[in-house]
Design a protein around this ligand. Structure first.
Ligand code: PAF
Length: 292
């Protein structure tokens, strides 16, 4: 079997991006009269199989794909890992050029912070509202506002029909969906399921920080999501499973509003966990049947 790779167009500046998008826009939708469709996958680089599953899905949904690689300073608090966040553009582009992924007409947009924020930190920002005040919002105040601000900017810059986000960042996905609805952003948002390693751990760029023993302890997050029973039993069992970690939160919520479900709730809810192992903060989630 031959494995073919093809290198996408690399854009670092707004002008390079605009030129690459104009090239895409000049092409007819292959073999049909339907309008041409572009998909965007936004990332902070340090790509893994989870990101590549987003790109593969984008490839299925659209005629051309833009992948953005940008470590967004706005979504890191001063105590977080902005400086040590892994960056390796050559490796990321090589991965994106793998079989079934990006083609030469597709674009990787990898801007510097001054390209995205030419006037420095933006004065006007998107507020995630109530959804930004719970869970990740408690541990990382302003994080979701920073995410939504860059997501909206990147949507304006890349002008996609479809934007794909991973279900691992469930609160981010819900906030993006809400922003798109509330602000009438003309894009369809697709959530893509979590990709897990064979041992169950959800793929994350931050897994790279885990040493051998920490990796074993990190398995507690995916194990915690197997809890069953009533809402209270699920919350207690998930906490119990996380005892070898420093638990940030265990939450059982309505998947859209992120409000905690009551003790007598019966039906589908989203179980979310966040915990620190060593110095690495990890999150995971799954839909669970409550009261079944
Ligand atoms: O999920 C991420 O990697 C980031 O939050 C995103 C959506 C690329 C915005 O910086």
């Amino acid at each position: 079997m031959t494995t073919q790779t093809s290198t996408p167009t690399l854009a670092h500046t707004r002008d390079e991006l605009a030129a690459a998008l104009a090239e895409q826009d000049g092409r007819p939708a292959p073999g049909s009269s339907r309008p041409y469709r572009r998909a965007v996958v936004m990332t902070m680089g340090a790509l893994h199989a989870g990101h590549l599953s987003l790109v593969a899905r984008a490839r299925e949904l659209a005629d051309a794909v833009v992948v953005t690689i940008f470590v967004n300073p706005l979504q890191f608090s001063p105590s977080e890992d902005l400086a040590r966040y892994p960056r390796d553009l050559d490796r990321d582009v090589a991965l994106l050029s793998g079989p079934g992924l990006l083609r030469p007409e597709d674009v990787v947009f990898a801007p510097d912070p001054q390209v995205v924020y030419p006037d420095g930190d933006p004065v006007v920002r998107v507020s995630a509202g109530a959804i930004g005040d719970v869970l990740e919002g408690v541990s990382r105040p302003g994080h979701l506002d920073g995410v939504l601000t860059v997501v909206l900017k990147l949507l304006h810059l890349t002008r996609p029909d479809v934007a794909l986000f991973g279900a691992k960042d469930a609160q981010q996905l819900a906030a993006v969906r809400r922003m798109v609805r509330d602000l009438d952003v003309p894009v369809a948002v697709h959530g893509v399921p979590i990709v897990r390693d064979d041992d169950g751990i959800a793929l994350s760029s931050r897994n790279a920080y885990l040493g051998g023993e920490e990796r074993r302890r990190a398995l507690a997050l995916s194990r915690a999501l197997r809890a069953t029973g009533t809402a209270e039993q699920i919350r207690a069992a998930a906490r119990q499973a996380l005892q070898e970690t420093d638990v940030d939160y265990v939450a059982l919520v309505d998947p859209e509003t992120f409000a905690e479900v009551p003790a007598d709730f019966v039906g589908e809810a989203l179980l979310l966990v966040a915990a620190t192992v060593g110095t690495t903060r990890l999150i995971d989630n799954a839909l669970v049947e409550v009261g079944a």
